[in-house]
Ligand binder design. Structure first.
Ligand code: PLP
Length: 405
């Protein structure tokens, strides 16, 4: 068995103020400081309470479908020639993606805090659906903020949320997309903080959200660590996952962060090219700035105006990224690459044809990167890929982009 050096406290952050090196923190109006403090206190109390973990674990198991399999994708591996790839099957979870890990944790926290109303922001609607799902399950009122443009592009998810009993509030400010929905959710929280819990969808936003969402998503990496040790008797050489806000990647990466021999690769949306407005590759192309309550890397112009983003994968289409990823990039602990729409579609088809699994377009970006990865790693390297979601939601988009399959 190969030994892996463990070490460096640098990766155990954030500090008490929520900083990961120069990134993170709380950049919010004074009126939200008290709400964030209340949330932080409740979270740390829950985190230390074995009863909270027992309850959450029971829901993850019996309601969401954990543990998810770690599947040795031998046909995919053979097609790529060289790597030995395992897939962490978050696509098999209830609601079709990893997002339920986080919304279950936060809903339980809301119930503990005595809040009767959940609010959430959503872009494509995936986090909105996962929030509406747990709100229904725990009998909470649920309002989801969604850019008006997105409500039209993602009408089916709007209906799903409504079917689950949530109200979808179209946001008409700015570009009428996800970043405007985030602003509106924060604004609502300021006004209704006594009764309302803000269920944020990724490892972004002000402290304690990046820490909290990481904790709830780390179940992915903890399971994968145990499963790969059982299957192979050693740790993987590399982890690879797609990065939108960064929650599924952080959930997979974090339990391995002190294992210095395990490489980490995050794959962002390269869209149609790497000029401004054509992509959503924040870690590859962003610059330091403040967005949605935290300092991180941001896609912005010289004047600090947020740039438009684009990606074939709606879940990656966001101009910010979690502060902990920005820190890992700075330290060189993780590496980040951009994969184009076209290459992601190829990845999608490759997994469908070799393994009989249609991935969501978000993790299809990670699959699309595997050929390049195979050229960079020694032959027979062991790789765990985070398959964050299933492709059902994307079939129409894929059909339009690949008319001749
Ligand atoms: C939302 C979503 C993502 C992107 O969000 P992260 O916070 O970066 O994980 C990735 N994959 C799927 C399937 C999603 O629904």
């Amino acid at each position: 068995m190969r030994s892996h050096r463990r070490g460096s406290g640098r990766f155990t952050g954030p500090d008490r103020g929520g900083h990961f090196g120069p990134f993170g923190g709380k950049f919010v109006p004074e009126t939200l400081m008290a709400a964030l403090d209340e949330l932080e206190t409740a979270f740390h109390k829950a985190r230390r309470d074995p009863a909270f973990h027992d309850t959450l674990n029971a829901y993850l198991r019996h309601y969401a479908g954990r543990p998810t399999p770690l599947y040795g994708a031998t046909r995919l591996s053979r097609a790529l020639g060289g790597l030995r790839i395992y897939l962490k099957r978050e696509d098999l979870l209830h609601t079709g993606a990893h997002k339920i890990n986080n919304t279950l944790g936060q809903a339980l926290l809301a119930v503990r805090m005595g809040k009767r109303r959940l609010i959430a922001e959503t872009g494509a609607g995936q986090h909105g659906v996962a929030t509406a799902t747990v709100a229904a399950h725990f009998g909470l009122q649920c309002d989801v903020f969604m850019g008006e443009k997105d409500t039209k592009r993602q009408a089916l998810n709007v209906f799903r949320m409504q079917l689950l009993g949530a109200r979808v509030i179209p946001v008409t400010s700015g570009t009428k997309t996800l970043k405007d929905a985030c602003n509106e959710a924060l604004r609502d929280w300021v006004t209704n903080v006594r009764t309302t819990y803000y269920c944020l969808g990724s490892v972004v936003g002000p402290h304690p959200y990046p820490l909290m969402v990481r904790e709830f998503q780390s179940v992915i990496g903890k399971e994968a660590r145990r499963q790969i040790l059982q299957a192979e008797g050693r740790l993987p050489d590399a982890l690879i996952a797609c990065v939108g806000g960064g929650s599924n990647a952080m959930g997979l990466f974090h339990p391995f962060v002190k294992d210095r021999g395990v490489r980490m690769i995050g794959v962002e949306a390269g869209g149609t090219g790497l000029r401004p407005g054509e992509h959503a590759a924040t870690l590859v192309k962003g610059t330091p700035g403040v967005l949605h309550g935290a300092r991180s890397l941001v896609l912005q112009d010289r004047h600090g105006q947020i740039l438009e983003t684009r990606s074939i994968a709606a879940g990656l289409d966001y101009p910010g990224v979690g502060p902990e990823h920005a820190f890992y990039r700075q330290l060189g602990r993780a590496r980040y690459a951009a994969v184009s729409d076209r290459l992601a579609l190829e990845g999608c088809r490759l997994l469908a044809r070799t393994e009989g699994i249609i991935p969501a377009l978000e993790p299809a970006h990670a699959i699309g990167y595997l050929k390049q990865l195979a050229n960079r790693l020694p032959k027979h390297s062991l790789v765990v890929l985070g398959l964050s979601g299933r492709g059902d939601k994307d079939v129409e988009t894929i059909a339009r982009a690949l008319p001749d399959v």
